[in-house]
Design a binder for this molecule. Structure first.
Ligand SMILES: [Zn+2]
Length: 165
């Protein structure tokens, strides 16, 4: 039994936090579009870079990204990771791959799950396309895209996407 005079050093306290997130104007436009299976990015008025999801301003120039740009749901894997370690928050069968996907016409990649492919076959430059939820399940959420999977197109050479890593 612990000494009654010894300080307690660890206390377990179960807690839960709920919060409401206000996405702002740029992300609201993105979410309204993705609800209709459309991927809307925004172009910087200064450097011309296209951001998706847009945040309303270019982190490089500090200028607004006022021009809306509709992008395809096809892209290129620019980097990836393979998850092999179980976690209570991961419901997927291990191992699985998550990739940094650069949509065609975009200048920054975003993270997405990669499926319908063996993890050993995932590689930078691999061409992929979004797999969407059924139309009846569409909502204003990035979760409308279940994952990306490979398409029958030639790999993109590293030189073509190296500046977008
Ligand atoms: Zn810019």
């Amino acid at each position: 039994m612990a000494d009654a005079n010894e300080p307690v050093s660890v206390v377990g306290i179960p807690s839960r936090v709920e919060y409401t997130y206000s996405p702002g104007r740029a992300t609201t436009r993105f979410l309204r579009a993705i609800e209709q299976k459309r991927l809307m990015g925004q172009r910087c008025t200064g450097c011309g870079k296209v951001y998706i999801p847009p945040r309303g301003a270019c982190p490089r120039c500090g200028l607004p990204t006022d021009e809306e740009v509709e992008l395809t749901d096809k892209g290129t894997v620019v980097s990836f990771t393979v998850v092999r370690v179980p976690s209570e928050n991961i419901q997927l069968e291990l191992p699985y791959a998550a990739g940094s996907i650069l949509l065609d016409g975009a200048d920054i990649p975003f993270q997405a799950l990669l499926r319908d492919v063996e993890v050993a076959d995932v590689r930078p430059g691999m061409r992929v396309q979004a797999v969407w939820v059924d139309d009846a399940e569409l909502q204003p959420s990035f979760t409308n895209i279940k994952w990306f999977h490979p398409i029958d197109e030639p790999d993109v050479p590293f030189e073509k996407f190296q500046e977008h890593l």
